[in-house]
Write a protein that binds this ligand. Structure first.
Ligand code: ZN
Ligand code: ZN
Length: 262
């Protein structure tokens, strides 16, 4: 017996698999040990995103999903899919979303191939942002509400994720911030490293600076709580390499973000 599945059926299966593991990893009734299921929820949501991207490519032209259009055999990698979506199909994926998707892909690759310490706050942030992105991507480019394709048994998780995205990411630490600002805070949590001259240096979280006084619970420069990464370009972030001010020291910590590493 053979099973034939469309790209989209497959995408929804991975999404359900992801929500199932998300449920196991986050539900308070389950033991702490279940936090390990986070890895499957991330791997599957990235897989689901990849399949949705391919479906949009395929609707444009069936050959666009192949790495080599003259030899339609292997399908494209997720990076190539994003590249084609932007450059051929002219799908507008904003830079912010693209950064988050690329970080999730990177994480998926790390999870699949290496031993890894995962930060639950980081995973939760990535997951919420990707889930919300897929919701909007599905509506904009596949023409229907993603909700219509989510099994009823996962509506609670879906509702929580959307709720979390809208609430947590708007009123932030009781401080009045620009509307997209909480997203910048969330986004910054996705980048634990600065790449300086090709070498990754672990960023210093607010409150972990060697000369930290403990005086402020919230960073005066960017409003993150202790234990979180500063928003990019915060005056108060120190450089992980030289200990100077990250925005001004000669290590050029932000330079690598503007270099294409493909
Ligand atoms: Zn800061
Ligand atoms: Zn430096």
């Amino acid at each position: 017996m053979k099973i034939k599945m469309s790209l989209l059926d497959n995408a929804y299966d991975y999404l359900h698999n992801s929500l199932y593991h998300y449920h196991l990893a986050t539900h308070e009734d389950y033991p702490d040990d279940y936090k390990r299921f986070w890895k499957f929820s991330i791997v599957s949501i990235v897989q689901s995103a990849e399949l949705m991207f391919k479906e949009v490519l395929k609707r444009e032209n069936e050959f666009l999903i192949y790495e080599n259009i003259d030899k339609p055999k292997n399908t494209v990698s997720v990076s190539t899919a994003i590249h084609r979506l932007k450059n051929i199909v002219k799908v507008d994926i904003d830079d912010r979303d693209e950064i988050v998707i690329r970080r999730a892909i990177e994480l998926r690759n790390l999870i699949t191939h290496f031993e890894l310490d995962l930060d639950i706050i980081e995973l939760s942030t990535i997951y919420t942002v990707i889930f919300e992105f897929l919701h909007s991507f599905h509506f904009r480019f596949l023409g229907e509400e993603l909700h219509e394709y989510i099994h009823q048994e996962y509506w609670e998780e879906e509702g929580c994720l959307i709720e979390q995205f809208r609430s947590e990411f708007i009123l932030y630490n009781g401080i009045n911030v620009r509307k997209n600002y909480p997203i910048q805070i969330a986004e910054s949590q996705l980048f634990p490293f600065f790449k300086i001259e090709g070498i990754e240096h672990k960023r210093v979280k607010y409150g972990k600076e060697p000369r930290f006084t403990g005086f402020n619970q919230i960073c005066p420069g960017c409003a993150v709580k202790q234990g979180y990464y500063h928003v990019f370009y915060c005056d108060d972030e120190i450089c992980p390499k030289c200990g100077g001010q990250a925005i001004t020291c000669s290590c050029e910590v932000y330079k690598a973000f503007y270099e294409d590493d493909e």
